[in-house]
Design a protein around this ligand. Sequence first.
Ligand code: AMP
Ligand code: MG
Length: 453
Amino acid sequence: MSTDRLLTVEEARSAVFAAIEGATPSEVAWLSEARGRVAAEPVVSPIALPPWDNSAMDGYAVRAADVAGATEDDPKRLEVIGEVRAGQAPVDEVRRGTALRIATGAPLPPRADSVVPVEGTTPLGADGAITGPRGRDATGPLPASILVHTPSPVGGSIRRAGSDLAAGTTVITPGSVLTPALIGLAAGVGVDQLQVHRRPIVGILTTGDEIRQPGRDLGPAGIPDANGPALVAMVEAAGGDPRVLGIASDRFDDVRSRLCAGLFEPADAIIVSGGVSVGPYDVVRAAFEEFGKIGLWRVGVQPGKPFAFGTARAPGDDGSDGRPATLLFGLPGNPVSTFVTFELFVRPTLRRLAGHRDDDLYRPTDRAVLADDVRKSAGRRAFVRVSVDRDSTGSPKRDERGRVRASLAGGAGGQGSHVLSALATADALAVIPESDDALPAGAEVELWWLDRA
Ligand code: AMP
Ligand code: MG
C-alpha cells in the first residue's frame, strides 16, 4: 500500500477488508447464550405452527351449522358433553347438537368447525335452568348445556394449523443477529441450539512508558491507561471476545513478547494502542514486522493519523491448519484518535469477522444541522464528536426537514484528540468532508450514531 498520499477512509477500509478471509467458524450456542450472536446456519422449522387447529378463545367448540341463525332472543341450545383443556388431546367428537368446552390454545376436537367465545353463551343446569350469568368464567363447573346467543362461522375463533408458519419454513437466515424475538421464534419451533459464528478473539495491547494501570500510583509522569479498558468495552460491544495483553513499555522486547502472546492465543485480531508514529520510542511497527507484514498508513482522517495495519502469525505457524492470519491494528495513542480509528476501521472488521451481513457493518446514519461553527484541516475528513438535542422522552429533536441538531461535545475546546471528557458526552460523530476546512453553524452534515450502552 502506497504511503506517499493520504488514503481516503474507503480506500483504507477496502484494504483492511481485503485481508479478511471470512467470518469466524461456527460453534453451537444454547438459546440461553445466543442473544446478540450472529447465526451461521439457517434454522428450518421442523414443525408447523400452530402444529394443529386450536382455539383462539375460551369458549365452546361447536358445529357452525348448529348455531347458524342464533340471536339474542332466539338462542340455540347445545348439550355440553365434556371439555378440552390446553395440553390435552381431545377424546370426544362434537356431534350434532353438542358442544365441548374448550380453553384457549387447546386442540380443536374432531368434527367441530367453529368456536363460540364464552361471552356469547349462557350456562344451563341439568334441569334446564340458567346456572350463571352470560359469559360466565370458562373454568367453573361444566354446565349441562348452554344457550348460544350469536352465530359463529366455520373457522370462527380457530387458529388453523400452519397459519403462523408451515413445517420446513426457514425461520432464521445466516447473518441474522439473534434478537430476543428470533430466540423466541427458534424456541417456538422447538429448536434449542443454534449454530453461531465464534466471537472474534481480539488481543488488546496498550503501549507507553507513561501508561499506568488505572488505580495504580501515577508517579511524577504517569497517566492512567484509558485506552485498554475502553478498547475492551468497544470490542465487547462490537461482538468480539477481548483478551487483555497488558501495558507494554516503549521497549521493543516488551511489545514483541506481548504481541507474540496475542498471536499464540490465537487472536483473530490484535489492537495495539500508541507507539505507531515515527517517534524514536515508537517500536510497535518494528515489533509487528517481526511476525508479519505491516504498513504504516496515512489516512486522511481527523483525528486518526497515523494508523498501521497488517497481518501476522505466531512463530512456527505456517498457516497449514487453514486458520487465517491474525489482523494487526496499530492505532494512535491519543484516546479520541483510538476511539475514532476503532470506529472507522476496527469495528466494521470485527462485525465482518463475527458474521454480520455486508449491509450490517456500519453505524446507522442520519442528517444533522450543526449548532456550532466547526474548523478542521483541509484535505482530511473530520469525525467530530457531537451531542444531539433531545426531547423529554430522550428522542432526538428534528427540524421540519427531519434533521437533528448537533452541538460540539465539550464545546469548541472539546475536539482535541486528547479530550476524554468531551468524548464521553458525545452520542454521535458528525462527518465533515475533506473539501471543507470550516463549516458554519447551520450547515447540514452526515451523522453516525454511537452506542448509548
Ligand atoms: P502515542 O500514539 O504513543 O504517541 O501517544 C499519543 C498520546 O496519547 C500521548 O500523549 C500518550 O500519552 C497518549 N496515550 C497513549 N496511550 C494512551 C492510553 N492507553 N491511555 C491514555 N493516553 C494514552
Ligand atoms: Mg506512546
